[in-house]
Design a protein around this ligand. Sequence first.
Ligand code: ADP
Length: 163
Amino acid sequence: MQKIAIFPGSFDPFTVGHESIVNRAIPMFDKIVIMIGHNANKKSFYSIEKRLKWINQVFKDRDKVEVQLHDGLTVDFCKQVGAQYILRGLRTSADFEYERAIAQINKKMHPDIETVFLLTLPEHTPVNATIIRDIVFHGGDASMFLPKGLDPNEFKVEKPPKE
Ligand code: ADP
């Protein structure tokens, strides 16, 4: 049986931290499906089209990695794609506490699905999508936190006019 993992997140935007977790997990699985959690009622910073395009671009040469959108429960998506594993990254003890509860609840409800954690590389511990959005919003350059090979100009946003 193929070992399939999903890597769920909002990836708003996809960072070097996310990229590193996926690359390090590639040898562990036959296939990794990056699941962009997409809630039609929630406003995101970057459009779903942009996020999909960027992640596809980052892994264009990696046959084992694919990207899909999902609006709903992560475990339902696992069933949909036949995944037995949920991959998550851990940066801090705050991540751990949050992730622990979700993973244990998922395990209780779906004993056949395992959550697998990879500790972030030390240099990626402070890389956080919220901070990156703030930098971009205020016109700063966040390119060092974004995967190489993507066009940094595509990450710039128009600042809304002051009221
Ligand atoms: P969510 O909105 O579910 O937190 P994110 O897009 O922020 O989704 O992150 C998806 C996954 O990537 C989570 O497991 C998160 O812990 C992990 N992650 C986020 N940033 C980093 C990082 N800098 N290094 C390693 N893992 C990270």
